[in-house]
Design a protein around this ligand. Structure first.
Ligand SMILES: Cc1cc2nc3c(=O)[nH]c(=O)nc-3n(C[C@H](O)[C@H](O)[C@H](O)COP(=O)(O)OP(=O)(O)OC[C@H]3O[C@@H](n4cnc5c(N)ncnc54)[C@H](O)[C@@H]3O)c2cc1C
Length: 425
């Protein structure tokens, strides 16, 4: 269960646009749809539904964007984790649908940013960088797929030298440039979308941890001081909730951490990232970085740590950042923070029902910026009576590990260690 706290500590919190501030839930309320959790999944669903005229209430334990959605790397990455497994489960006929879904979240974000004038530093440009030869082989396959589908944005395979010219480091042996991906200020996107949902008639409550969901043709979402009776309930708490036993043991919480340097000089920016690209390596225990709007290096990666001490995170990240960018050895790190990602064992995002009118969507691994926005549309479609895209995911049953909920943190540490070993090979 989350605790109600304001956004603090992160670069995003320090540069957040003023949010509307929503009251806690009190008294008996009624809605067509009640959504639990105001991250991208919850807010995106609420906005889709509010635009279609539904009476939507969103109940958030803390603040809009308080979970992973307001803390992440802001990398807008195409594709869906576990895509290979989804393709295998649905056969060759699903390729067209899957291809459309890979990029759907990007389109939704771009449309919303334009339509609602959301100020979230949205930029185009992304570089997948290779450390091992097998990474290059994967980029070749992705390049061929982009070509086959006539991908409408610039994309190019780059040599080690061309990569170094583009991002000012010789740490990588090649890369794939994709100008259809991009990056953004995730907390400001979430705050902007929440405001748009509220302007379209959605009701949002903050500081209202949900304690339980009573099932029935009218389900009831219950908090300490109130409840919402609704025809539909959507559970969008991802790795930040433990509300329903049915969802225990299928989603593993993995922590990731980000540091933000002081703003870099114009000369460093020109040398390190003149095209303002988001950069990510393909390891499971991966590193990712990009520049913020005010030209700080935001550097992210996983560490075996579950705390929130900024000094510990800075100390851990600095040598890894300097290995890639030794030119930053005199650069100060101003911010450090972490968040929790929901990772399913088979990596396939989890969409399903815990009752006929109680839906959930969770477990996007590191692709959540994009796929949460697709999820919002899919959940809104189910409520409006269309299940085609929902079924693509719902048909793949999540892998449940008995006893995993109790020992989830130990299992995650073991799992990360296993993947770290594979990354090294
Ligand atoms: C450090 C980090 C870096 C990442 N980097 C990237 C990236 O660069 N690109 C990318 O695509 N993805 C990235 N991700 C993943 C991405 O952020 C997530 O997949 C995505 O934000 C999940 O959104 P969500 O709305 O499902 O969950 P969350 O954003 O976690 O929201 C869940 C919300 O539910 C609320 N909640 C939980 N329980 C209750 C309750 N009982 N009652 C009421 N409310 C409740 C929480 O307070 C929270 O606000 C990263 C994640 C982290 C942590």
């Amino acid at each position: 269960m989350t605790t109600s706290q304001p956004h603090t500590g992160s670069y995003y919190a320090a540069t957040a646009n003023q949010d509307a501030g929503y009251p806690p839930l009190s008294g008996e309320q009624h809605a067509d749809v009640c959504i639990i959790g105001a991250g991208f999944t919850g807010i995106s669903t609420a906005l889709h539904l509010a635009e279609r005229g539904y009476n939507v209430h969103v109940v958030e334990a803390s603040k809009v964007g308080w979970g992973a959605s307001g803390r992440n790397g802001g990398q807008m990455i195409g594709g869906i984790s576990g895509e290979q497994k989804i393709a295998e489960a649905h056969g060759a006929g699903a390729e067209k649908l899957l291809w459309e879904m890979r990029w759907a979240g990007h389109d939704i974000i771009r449309e919303r940013v334009a339509r609602y004038g959301i100020d979230c530093d949205l930029k185009a440009g992304y570089l997948d960088v290779a450390i091992k030869k097998r990474h290059l082989a994967a980029f070749d396959a992705e390049f061929e797929r982009l070509q086959r589908h006539n991908f409408p944005h610039e994309f190019r395979l780059l040599s080690a030298g061309e990569t170094a010219d583009l991002i000012g480091t010789d740490a990588y042996i090649g890369s794939l440039l994709n100008m259809g991906n991009g990056h953004l200020h995730p907390l400001n996107l979430c705050i902007g979308e929440a405001r748009a949902a509220a302007d379209n008639g959605a009701t949002i409550y903050e500081g209202s941890p949900v304690l339980g969901v009573e099932r029935g043709s009218k389900a009831r979402v219950i908090t300490e001081r109130g409840s919402v009776a609704a025809d539909w309930v959507v559970i969008a708490g991802n790795a930040y909730h433990s509300l329903l036993p049915e969802l225990h043991g299928i989603l593993f919480p993995v922590n990731s951490f980000i540091t933000a340097t002081e703003p870099l000089s114009a000369a460093l920016v020109q040398q390190m990232n003149p095209r303002d690209l988001a950069v990510c390596d393909p390891n499971f225990v991966l590193e990712y970085f990009r520049l913020s709007a005010d030209k700080r290096l935001l550097f992210g990666g996983r560490i075996n740590y579950s705390g929130a001490d900024p000094e510990y995170i800075k100390k851990n990240h600095r040598p890894r950042m300097l290995k890639i960018y030794p030119q930053l050895h005199d650069t100060r790190i101003d911010y450090a923070w972490g968040g929790t990602i929901g990772v399913p064992l088979n990596r396939v995002p989890q969409f399903g029902r815990v009752a006929p009118n109680v839906l959930f969507a969770q477990g996007y691994s590191g692709h959540g910026v994009n796929v949460t926005h697709l999820a919002g549309r899919i959940l809104a479609d189910v409520i409006a009576g269309t299940e085609e895209r929902f079924d693509v995911f719902a048909k793949i049953k999540p892998v449940r590990v008995p006893g995993a909920y109790r020992f989830r943190h130990q299992l995650v540490a073991l799992g990360v260690f296993y993947h770290q070993l594979r990354d090294w090979l």
